[in-house]
Design a protein around this ligand. Structure first.
Ligand SMILES: [Zn+2]
Length: 497
């Protein structure tokens, strides 16, 4: 690199740094529809890390190149050059894979990348001129991929059109509650517990002598238990908004930061927000609701609720941006502990949220969702070997959590009437990816322990309406809960691709 003018060296170093940054930018672009909803597509998440990384890397590259050029020609110098070339080659390889949208398995990506990097290093090892031209090539590639990333991000497919004006939420059990209904609202509470990916058959229809699941069984025996309940969709992203809007869906589209429109069966878009949701219909308004959740940006969607949200494992941050080309490392060091942390946070907060005395307490827990070994750091047992065993471990944790909730609710005062609803957003999809399966739906009015079974199909999309009718004193016993479901429409589960 002797004799290369300083400005040309700076341009080359900048190109090399842009190569690194473009890996992250390109990675973000195709995923940005949902990324935007989670609020990651922000100044902080995109530009700040990009500029920081580029400035740092350009400086380091220039210093490295200057340092290497001062070393006398030797075997060590050549090895250093080749090592840095191989590293940059790996980054270019990652960027090209992302740019081309290739889905390679991790072992295949590692094997192909290592082989090609080795061949490249062997080719360049023979001559210093080849090394210099390889760096120039990588630098030009950096500029080209950054332009490509810019174009892709610029053409980000946000549907800017306003959704068609929608009617109010279909949860309209009583738009104008009578005075007497208001007076009963204070003493009535609902706790709506959504266990992510809780599968009815896995909980109730296997032997499970090993797993136990005593609390699910106990609740089933003393509550109104629907044994054929289906969910609005097959995925958390669309199912939970549908439940909280009380509206069957046939699509969704991300409309902006923390903003998503759900498309109903008539093709009308309804914003997933406080105004259109069950919370606006509560006798005491959104302020009378508490939310404890993860994944969805609940606290931004429901700004007036008492909201707590665990950091999502899918949150992009500076560290993730900077480590994007080495995502396979990130997965091991960050993702798995993040899931365990979400569970721990939720378990710590859950008793306080349940004790909060809110008219509606909506809880969305990440157990027993797969893939995750996150039960393992919470139960202290060794990590399970296969996904079925892992799921059962997570189920056992879900059962423990339910047990704690049941114990806590046993202390409810005589002046209060509490409805506990335990259900899920979808079934265990690993066992049935294409066909909808039932999820548990158990409704227990604390103290009313005369268990009842609803064995005909029901759709959990109506749960919000039940919440309102309970809070307004229209449903007062488990017999009435059972009767309430008689005339409710069955809505087919929509499959999100
Ligand atoms: Zn889910």
């Amino acid at each position: 690199m002797n004799g290369v003018p300083r400005d040309r060296r700076a341009l080359a170093a900048l190109g090399i740094s842009l190569l690194y940054a473009s890996t992250y930018l390109l990675k973000l672009a195709p995923a940005s529809r949902s990324t935007l909803y989670f609020g990651d597509f922000s100044w902080r998440a995109v530009l700040t890390p990009t500029v920081t990384v580029v400035v740092l890397l350009t400086t380091v590259s220039m210093a490295g190149a200057a340092g290497l050029s001062r070393l006398p020609p030797s075997r060590a110098r050549r090895l250093l050059l080749l090592a840095s070339l191989a590293l940059w080659y790996w980054i270019a390889y990652s960027a090209i894979i992302v740019a081309a949208g290739l889905q390679l398995s991790r072992p295949l990506k590692l094997t192909l990348g290592s082989l090609a990097a080795g061949a490249f290093a062997w080719y360049c090892g023979a001559s210093a001129r080849r090394v210099a031209s390889a760096f120039r090539l990588l630098s030009s590639l950096g500029y080209a991929l950054t332009v490509l990333a810019g174009v892709r991000l610029g053409s980000f497919p946000i549907d800017a059109s306003e959704p068609r004006p929608a009617a109010q939420s279909t949860i309209t059990a009583s738009a104008t509650p009578s005075v007497s209904e208001h007076t009963t609202a204070g003493a009535r509470r609902v706790i709506w517990l959504v266990f992510d990916e809780l599968d009815l058959r896995r909980v109730f229809q296997r032997g499970h002598a090993d797993v136990g699941l005593m609390n699910f069984r106990r609740l089933a025996s003393m509550s109104v238990h629907a044994t054929h309940a289906n969910t609005p969709s097959n995925a958390t992203l669309s199912s939970i908004p549908a439940l909280l809007l009380g509206r069957p869906i046939s699509g969704y589209r991300v409309a902006g930061r923390f903003a998503m429109d759900m498309v109903d069966r008539e093709g009308t878009a309804v914003r997933f927000d406080e105004e259109h949701s069950l919370l606006a219909q509560l006798p005491g308004g959104p302020d009378s609701a508490a939310i404890l959740g993860y994944y969805h940006p609940y606290c931004d969607v429901f700004p007036h609720s008492h909201c707590e949200r665990s950091a999502s494992g899918s949150t992009h941050d500076w560290v993730e941006a900077a480590s994007a080309p080495f995502g396979f490392l990130h997965e091991w060091y960050e993702e798995r502990p993040a899931w365990g942390r979400i569970t721990r946070d939720a378990l710590e907060r859950l008793p306080h949220v349940i004790d909060g005395g809110h008219a509606l307490t909506f809880v969305h827990l990440n157990v027993p969702h797969l893939p995750a070994s996150y039960a393992h750091p919470n139960d202290g047992l060794p990590r399970p070997l296969d996904s079925a065993e892992e799921y059962d471990r997570n189920l056992a944790l879900a059962d423990q959590i339910l047990g704690r909730v049941l114990t806590q609710l046993a202390g409810v005062g005589p002046g209060e009437s509490v409805l506990l609803i335990v259900t899920s957003d979808h079934w265990w999809r690993h066992a049935s990816p294409r066909v909808a399966q039932p999820v548990p739906l158990m409704m227990w009015i604390v103290g009313d322990n005369a268990g009842r079974v609803i064995d005909r199909p029901v759709s959990t999309i109506h749960t919000g309406e039940l919440v309102l009718d309970f809070l307004r004193g229209r449903v007062r016993s488990q017999a009435e809960v059972e009767r309430w479901w008689h005339d409710k429409e069955i809505c087919e589960t929509w499959f999100q691709q």
